[in-house]
Ligand binder design. Structure first.
Ligand SMILES: [Fe+2]
Length: 260
């Protein structure tokens, strides 16, 4: 079982540029072309939020066109730049989301279960999981205790060491942590939001943050660091499930020449 994770795509309406200067659609196309050239293709494509930049139907239409060459099933969750209603409509054919107000899902793929969470709080940059969403998660975990499980959400619940990002991560994660500790089948938690590849831990479980296909956050670990993006290469993660656990490979995309 191989799951590709693309995060923070920030696709914009045709002709518009991210923060006035960078073509996020071109960067996503570069990542998708790289993925399609992989000799082993993924069994599913996990999209961990900020799929588009403003949440408009026009942006989701542009996103769907860019994603069309991917053959594997799409597993999208929202980030703070997404809008629930337009995103639900854009991915209606996936028949994926639970029948409630949130864009969360539980998908069984071969031996594993992927649970996608909706940490979006409309109008806010930071994320939260309310009591209703936590109860839904607890029920999905309780119904498949033997299935090795990956949980995906946009906002990282784990420390990142980047102070200005930690103020806008998943806030008040204690309830989520208590659920994670109760369900030992959770093998890995994956997130986005930071626009950098980071490995950390949450409630005893490995927690990985994927790079963006949009511009990356410049690495600055000082207490006074500020949010600056730059056009480091777009990236994605391949999560390989083998022998009861997930192995994460982060890929940088670009033209790096022939193998030597
Ligand atoms: Fe983002």
């Amino acid at each position: 079982m191989l799951i590709a994770q693309l995060s923070d795509l920030h696709v914009m309406a045709p002709g518009r540029l991210f923060r006035g200067g960078i073509d996020t659609a071109a960067r996503l196309k570069l990542a998708i072309d790289d993925l399609l050239a992989q000799r082993r293709q993924p069994d599913a494509i996990l999209l961990t939020g900020d799929l588009v930049d403003r949440g408009s139907a026009e942006e989701y239409a542009a996103l769907k066109t860019l994603l069309a060459p991917l053959a594997a099933p799409l597993l999208p969750i929202p980030g703070n730049h997404d809008a629930r209603d337009t995103m639900r409509a854009a991915f209606a054919e996936c028949a994926l989301f639970a029948d409630d107000q949130f864009l969360h899902f539980a998908a069984d793929l071969g031996p594993v279960r992927i649970i996608g969470l909706d940490s979006l709080e409309p109008g806010r940059v930071e994320g939260r999981l309310c009591a209703e969403r936590l109860a839904w998660l607890d029920a999905r975990l309780a119904e498949a205790p033997e299935r090795p499980t990956m949980i995906a959400l946009h906002h990282p619940p784990c420390p990142t060491g980047i102070p200005h990002m930690e103020t806008i991560n998943l806030l008040e994660p204690e309830g989520f942590a208590a659920i994670v500790r109760r369900h030992p089948q959770i093998r890995r938690i994956v997130a986005g939001h930071v626009h950098r590849p980071i490995e950390s831990r949450f409630a005893g479980v490995p927690c990985g943050i994927a790079p963006a296909t949009a511009p990356q956050l410049m690495l600055d670990l000082r207490a006074e660091s500020q949010s600056n993006n730059r056009a480091e290469p777009p990236g994605y993660v391949f999560h390989l499930y083998r022998d009861g656990d997930f192995i994460a490979h982060t890929v940088a995309c670009g033209d790096f020449g022939q193998p030597v």
